[in-house]
Design a protein around this ligand. Structure first.
Ligand SMILES: Cc1ncc(COP(=O)(O)O)c(C=O)c1O
Length: 410
């Protein structure tokens, strides 16, 4: 094949139906897509047939500032023309500033404790891999490596993060897993205590189980887990990949419970869609990583970090935690008392509509026909995670459409 014909082939791809191409050339691990999204603006996205939708999933809690946010777009565009990438052999101007902001936001309520440190990666799973490796390295001298996580938890798909994930159906096809994990029932402190062995180094939990169906912790759960960790000399790792950056009405979900985790992982909203994630560890723990212990080519590179820095600035400017809290309350009111809804879980703008009947998929399909993208989880839960910049009238119109979908299907 000549280069000319290769370019011809490339250009001919513009004429292929995008859904057909996507559903045939990409591996089938995601299942076939129903629509192809081509543009976003604020809380809305446009598909390839010209239909607009309210995006009540935000790319799974990523687009907290909405789509095509001008501040983020400008920062990324400027940085792309300046310097996209340097290896971590060298320092860059942006990544460390993002790290300093992450540290500040995590320690907002305990600035008197010393600063932690940050490792940058590219996805939630990789942030959790870093957390697992850091905990193991920390426990090395005392012979500790075992990590306890919760059943139903989701920590990612790479082999380490998958081994931490408390969902057998996702693990079984990929066994043997990484050894050294125990999974105990969620919201059960005694179960964690019984699972602790001489080899246990850490407990790893989400502040809300997002992928399992937006399942809240009991009010006292995380506080009691922290007490247990302190008394048994265990690290507490909090996975904020989905809940971080004001999604739940606080900068981080753990801040609802006034706890002080040793390690916090984050991703999704951090880069507004630019792939960047981070693993933060408290002072005295991060030093367990020595040069050469861990790394990744793109981690904290200027382009991804520029998106993160602009995202954090904008989230502060709009007081994202307060906004998330207020809009979350408004959303809650719209669903309260509905005869087809059993309960609403979650907090801020991460919510689960728990339906009385097993019709989540049908409701999500109908909502999409009516112009709102929502996410069914299991048979009964509809996950809602709209952009935090959504206006109240937009939120109300979209919620009305979701209510219409529920009433038509139920
Ligand atoms: C709590 C939590 N941890 C980890 C992950 C994995 O993140 P990623 O898909 O970016 O690897 C997710 C993704 O949904 C998540 O919700």
């Amino acid at each position: 094949m000549t280069n000319e014909s290769l370019l011809e082939f490339m250009d001919s791809l513009d004429d292929v139906d995008p859904l057909e191409l996507s559903n045939t050339i990409l591996m089938p691990n995601y299942g076939p897509a129903a629509i192809c999204l081509v543009k976003g603006e604020g809380a809305k996205v446009l598909d390839s047939t010209g239909r607009w939708y309210y995006d009540f999933l935000s790319g799974i809690a990523v687009a907290s500032l909405g789509h095509a946010n001008p501040a983020v777009a400008e920062a990324v565009s400027w940085q792309a023309q300046e310097l996209m990438h340097v290896s971590n052999i060298f320092a860059n101007l942006i990544g460390p500033k993002v790290a300093a902001m992450i540290d500040r936001l995590i320690r907002l309520e305990r600035l008197s404790s010393g600063p932690g440190r940050v490792f940058f990666a590219n996805s939630g799973a990789e942030a959790n891999e870093a957390a697992i490796k850091l905990a193991r390295k920390y426990g090395l001298e005392s012979g500790k490596h075992h990590i306890i996580t919760a059943l139903g938890s989701f920590h990612g798909r790479t082999m380490g993060a998958l081994s931490a994930t408390g969902q057998r159906s996702k693990q079984i096809p990929f066994e043997p897993l990484l050894p050294g994990f125990s999974h105990v029932p969620w919201n059960d402190v005694a179960a964690i205590e019984s699972a602790v062995t001489e080899a246990t180094v850490a407990v790893m939990l989400e502040p809300i189980q997002g992928e399992a169906g937006v399942i809240d912790p009991d009010e006292t759960y995380l506080g009691e887990v922290q007490q247990l960790c302190r008394s048994r000399d265990l690290l507490l790792i909090i996975d904020e990949v989905q809940t971080g950056f004001a999604r739940t009405g606080k900068w981080f979900g753990f801040q609802h419970y006034s706890i002080e985790p040793d390690i916090v992982t984050m991703a999704k909203a951090l880069g507004s869609g630019m792939p960047i994630s981070a693993c933060w560890a408290r002072e005295g723990l991060s030093e367990a990583f020595a040069p050469g212990d861990h790394g990744t080519t793109f981690g904290g590179q200027p382009l991804a970090a520029s998106a993160a820095l602009a995202t954090i600035r904008k989230l502060i400017e709009i007081d994202a935690p307060a906004r998330s809290q207020e809009l979350g309350e408004a959303m809650l009111k719209m669903y309260e008392g509905n005869a087809d809804i059993d309960s609403i879980s979650g907090s801020g703008l991460l919510r689960g509509i728990n339906l009385k009947s097993p019709s989540a998929k049908k409701v999500a399909l109908r909502a999409m026909e009516l112009g709102v993208i929502v996410n069914p989880i299991g048979e009964k839960v509809i996950r809602l995670a709209p952009p935090l910049i959504i206006s109240l009238p937009e939120l109300e119109s979209a919620c009305q459409l979701i209510l219409q979908a529920i009433s038509e299907v139920e």
